[in-house]
Design a protein around this ligand. Structure first.
Ligand SMILES: [Zn+2]
Length: 383
């Protein structure tokens, strides 16, 4: 196996090793040396520390070409946990994960639309949730709270919340967190240029390069929804025209369906926006041609913006996630794959996989918990 230039063993080496072990599932120290370019003594030292810290464990041995059995190591899942809260439009989704990204607990509690919870209330929720899962405080690495486009009030209440619950508190936007969650739980290699598209009432993207979330100047990266697909298109509150969010968000899709008299007569579209969207998605997967057409139109608009993002960043792997793909994700995946297959600049040079999230409704809360885990076991990736 080709060695890269030998990196000096430092704090980054620990993150590198955690990343490589995580994406390999099981690996020997020798293979780690080959894959990272670190020397055997560095590997041995770092692995010993990681075992002592309970992050990695030995899981037996496998035969090798030279006859000597190789001891295999893997991420130790059950030792430490991360907790994530996702503030949705009218719910708070609470998730706890182990170090491999496996969900060990989940709870959804209602909140009034756009109601701001003070630190005291968030702290009480955290206490309740960890207590009912029987997670002792010394095994919880922290809490991350995610919301659409990092709500500024969250950053303000962070110090008080941290004081109340006694563990680190992180704040991030939901689309970015969802990308990190998919990156971690799918065991994506840190060598891949990875992105996810979060489809909801807005559209966000999360970008993971070299194993780290790309945040831009101030955690504002990934505003895919405001990529214009028509220079004289629909006005957007952001000040621009033709933003893809005005055409392909779940809100835009519900609006388009409500304007179709036939669909309006056939489907229950008068309730909340999310229940109307789910009715359209359900009808589309059940073969309703008009419902399917509305979603395909949205998917094609989305495809325009996603192709531009793929081209600018030369992405290799893309995951679709968020409540917008929970019921009819296959419609989006199919259209996006076809569109990218015709238009992506890199299509002659390398593949681009378009995948669907396994837990699209929980992706942001799982991602929040992963943020905590990553900051604890592979520091150096988080700002
Ligand atoms: Zn806009």
């Amino acid at each position: 196996m080709a060695r890269r230039e030998t990196p000096a063993a430092g704090p980054g080496s620990r993150a590198l090793i955690v990343d490589v072990v995580r994406s390999a599932v099981t690996i020997s120290r020798g293979e780690l040396a080959d894959l990272t370019g670190l020397t055997q003594p560095s590997i041995s030292n770092i692995v010993r520390d990681l075992i002592a810290d309970g992050i990695i464990h030995e899981i037996g041995s496998a035969g090798s070409a030279h006859g000597r059995p190789r001891k295999l190591i893997a991420i130790n899942p059950g030792n430490r946990f991360g907790v994530g809260f996702h503030l949705g439009p009218d719910t708070v989704t609470c998730v706890a994960i182990d170090l491999t990204g496996g969900v060990v607990g989940r709870e959804v509690v209602p909140r009034l639309p756009d109601e701001i919870w003070p630190a005291e209330r968030l702290a009480a929720r955290f206490e309740d949730f960890t207590e009912c899962l029987d997670l002792s405080r010394d095994r919880v690495e922290g809490l991350a709270i995610v919301a659409p486009a990092s709500a500024p009030e969250l950053s303000e209440l962070r110090p008080e919340l941290m004081e109340r619950i006694g563990v680190p508190v992180l704040v991030e936007n939901d689309a970015a967190a969802a990308a990190l969650g998919e990156f971690w739980s799918r065991r994506v290699s840190r060598d891949q240029s990875f992105a996810s598209v979060y489809l909801s009432t807005g559209i966000g993207a999360g970008l993971v390069f070299g194993g780290a979330l790309f945040r831009g100047a101030n955690s504002g990266a990934g505003e895919l929804g405001h990529m214009s697909i028509r220079f004289d298109g629909r006005p957007c509150p952001c000040g621009s025209l033709g933003c893809v969010q005005q055409y392909a968000s779940t809100s835009a899709t519900v609006k388009a369906a409500r304007e179709d008299p036939e669909l309006r007569a056939r489907l229950p579209l008068d309730g909340t926006e999310s229940s109307a969207y789910d009715a359209i998605a359900r009808a589309a997967v059940n073969g309703d041609p008009a419902a399917c057409a509305v979603l395909e139109q949205a998917a094609d608009y989305l495809g325009m913006a996603v192709t531009s993002m793929v081209n600018v960043l030369d992405l290799g792997r893309l995951v679709l996630t968020g409540p917008g793909v929970a019921l009819a994700g296959s419609v989006y995946a199919r259209r996006l794959r076809a569109h990218l297959g015709r238009t992506a600049h890199s299509r002659q040079r390398h593949g681009l996989s378009v995948e669907l999230s396994a837990q699209p409704r929980d992706a942001a809360s799982i991602g929040a918990a992963v943020l905590v885990v990553q900051a604890a076991v592979a520091p150096g990736h988080t700002g």
